[in-house]
Design a protein around this ligand. Structure first.
Ligand code: 5GP
Ligand code: SF4
Ligand code: MG
Length: 466
C-alpha cells in the first residue's frame, strides 16, 4: 500500500490526490482521502479503482476541504481474506473524547488476529476485515490524554511492519515500525507546509523538497511549522525491505539513502557477472525488469532491446486479487516484438519468480515468435518464503522455489537456462560491498532467506513452520 499526508497548504486533499497518484504502483484496488477543516470537521471519500478516476472529479474533491489531509492506496495482502470491500478501504477514522483522528497504514501486522480476538472480547466493534483497524481500537482503549500519546500506546501493542500516516484536527503524524520495514519520507511543501509520503516520488510530483526519511522506530508530530520527533519503541536494528529495492518501489525513488534505479541497475551488473550466457539480445520483462536488463546488457556487452512490449493501459498484473484474473492479465498486458525476436538467442530479465506463471507464459510467447533460445535471468533470489510484512505473496506451497530446485524450475518453466541473483549479489547491488552479513543483515530478506526479523505470530499459531 501507499500512504501520503499534507499539512499547511490550502486544499491539502488536492496535494494528497497527486501524491497518491505517484504512489499508485503500491496499490491499485482502492484509495481514500480524509481531510479536516474547521467548518465541516472531518471529511472522507473512499473509492475503488485508480486515484485518477476518482480523486480528480470536482464533486469528490469539493467534499474534502481544508489544509490538512491524509490518504491511502490499497492492495490487499496475505492478511486480508478475499476481495476488498469498501469498508476495508483506508484511512480509518475514530472519534475520541479529545477529538477525531484518522490513520492510514502501510505494512502488515503480524499479531492482528490475536489482537482482534482480544479486542472483540473486550467490546470493540470491528467495521472491516483489515489488520490496520486494530490500531484505531487500541487507541480507543488507551487512557492517554492526547491522540499522539494514544497512537504510541496502540503501536506499542502491535507487531509487524507499519508505516503510518495519521492526522488529528491540527496535527499530521508519521510513524515507522522499529525495524523500518516499509518506507516513509518527510518533505517540505513551499514554505508553509509539510508532506509525508511512502516514497520520494510522491514528494516530487507536488514539487515538495525531500527533507529526510522518518527513521525506523521514529514518530514525528507536525503542527504549524514545528516537527517534533519521538522514539516510542525500544531501539532495534533496522531491517528495511530489500524487495522495495527489487520491485515494489518506483525506480525514481530514493530510499534508505539509495536510488532504487541504481540498485536495480547494479543487480543487472551483478547478474551478468554471476550468470553469464552467450546470446544475441538482452530484453527486459517490462517494466519491473528494465533497469536490471540495462545493467546486464552494459556489463555483458550484449545489446539491449525491447523484445516484449507492454500495453500502457493495463495495471500491474500481480496486484489483481484472483489467480484467474492474474493468469489472464499477462496476455492482456504484454506482447512479443516478433520482428526482433525471430531466430534470436534471447536473455529475458525479470524481477522475480513467485508462482512461475508469468515466466511460463512469457516463455511461450517468446518461443511462439520464433526465438532460438530463451534464458531467464531473475533480479532477485528464489522467492521461497511468504512475506508477512505487507507484500502479497501466496502461501508457501504455491511458491515455485519452495518445492523445486533451480534446475527443476528451469525445466518446469521450459527455458534453456534460468539463473537467479545470489543473496550476496543482491546485497552488493544494494550497497553492501561485503555482501550479506549473516550475523546482522542490513535488510529484511525473509522471502528469500526464511530469516524472519519479526516472528509472524498469527501465522505460527495457524501452523506455519519457519
Ligand atoms: P508469478 O507469475 O511468478 O507468480 O509472478 C511473478 C511476477 O509478478 C513478477 O514478474 C513480478 O513483476 C510480479 N509481481 C507483482 N507484484 C508482486 C509482488 O508483490 N511480489 C512479487 N514477488 N512479485 C510481484
Ligand atoms: Fe520485503 Fe520480502 Fe521482507 Fe516481505 S519478506 S518485507 S517482501 S524482504
Ligand atoms: Mg513483472
Amino acid at each position: 500500500c501507499g500512504v501520503f499526508g499534507v499539512v499547511g497548504v490550502a486544499d491539502a486533499a488536492n496535494f494528497v490526490a497527486l501524491g497518491l497518484h505517484a504512489l499508485q504502483h503500491r496499490g491499485q484496488e482502492a484509495g481514500g482521502i480524509v481531510s479536516y477543516d474547521p467548518d465541516h470537521g472531518f471529511n472522507s471519500a473512499r473509492r475503488f479503482g485508480y486515484v485518477r478516476d476518482n480523486f480528480t472529479k470536482p464533486d469528490v474533491m469539493e467534499t474534502l476541504p481544508g489544509s490538512l489531509a491524509i490518504g491511502h492506496v490499497r492492495y490487499s495482502t496475505a492478511g486480508s481474506k478475499g476481495a476488498t470491500a469498501i469498508r476495508d478501504v483506508q484511512p480509518f477514522f475514530g472519534e475520541f473524547s479529545m477529538g477525531g483522528a484518522a490513520i492510514a497504514h502501510n505494512g502488515n501486522l503480524t499479531n492482528a488476529a490475536a489482537l482482534r480476538r482480544e479486542l472483540i472480547e473486550r467490546g470493540s466493534i470491528f467495521q472491516s476485515s483489515s489488520d490496520s483497524e486494530c490500531i484505531i481500537h487500541l487507541m480507543a482503549r488507551s487512557i492517554q490524554k492526547n491522540i499522539p500519546e494514544r497512537i504510541k500506546d496502540a503501536l506499542r501493542r502491535v507487531e509487524g511492519a507499519f508505516s503510518v500516516v495519521a492526522m488529528t484536527r491540527t496535527k499530521l503524524i508519521g510513524v515507522r515500525d522499529p525495524l523500518g520495514v516499509r518506507p516513509l519520507v518527510l518533505g517540505r511543501v513551499g514554505d508553509s507546509g509539510w508532506a509525508l509520503s511512502s516514497e520520494t516520488c510522491g514528494l516530487d510530483i507536488i514539487g515538495a523538497e525531500f527533507i529526510r526519511e522518518i527513521d525506523p522506530g521514529e514518530m514525528v508530530v507536525i503542527e504549524g511549522n514545528k516537527v517534533e520527533s519521538f522514539r516510542p519503541f525500544a531501539p532495534a536494528k533496522s531491517r528495511f525491505c530489500i524487495f522495495e529495492h527489487v520491485y515494489f518501489s518506483r525506480p525514481d525513488s530514493i530510499l534508505g539513502g539509495r536510488s532504487v534505479y541504481e540498485t536495480r541497475h547494479q543487480i543487472g551488473v551483478e547478474l551478468a557477472k554471476e550468470a553469464p550466457v552467450e546470446a544475441d539480445l538482452v530484453c527486459p520483462v517490462p517494466d519491473s525488469g528494465t533497469p536490471a536488463a540495462i545493467g546486464y546488457s552494459q556489463q555483458s556487452g550484449i545489446p539491449y532491446a525491447m523484445g516484449i512490449i507492454r500495453n500502457q493501459y493495463m495495471g500491474r498484473t500481480f496486484i489483481e486479487p484472483t489467480e484467474q484474473i492474474r493468469n489472464m492479465g499477462v496476455r492482456l498486458k504484454l506482447n512479443v516484438n516478433r520482428a526482433l525476436i525471430k531466430g534470436k538467442r534471447v536473455i529475458l530479465v525479470d524481477d522475480s519468480v513467485v508462482r512461475g506463471t508469468t515466466s511460463r507464459k512469457i516463455k511461450d510467447m517468446i518461443l511462439d515468435a520464433g526465438a532460438a533460445e530463451v534464458h531467464f535471468r531473475i533480479a532477485s533470489p528464489p522467492t521461497a518464503w511468504p512475506c508477512f510484512y505487507g507484500v502479497d505473496t501466496p502461501e508457501r506451497s504455491k511458491l515455485l522455489a519452495a518445492t523445486m530446485s533451480e534446475d527443476e524450475m528451469r525445466d518446469w518453466i521450459g527455458v534453456d537456462s534460468l539463473k537467479f541473483i545470489s543473496l550476496d549479489g543482491l546485497y552488493r547491488a544494494a550497497g553492501e560491498a561485503a555482501g550479506r552479513d549473516a550475523a546482522s543483515p542490513r535488510y529484511c530478506d525473509a522471502c528469500f532467506s526464511g530469516d524472519y526479523p519479526i516472528a509472524p505470530s498469527d501465522k505460527i499459531e495457524e501452523g506455519f513452520e519457519m
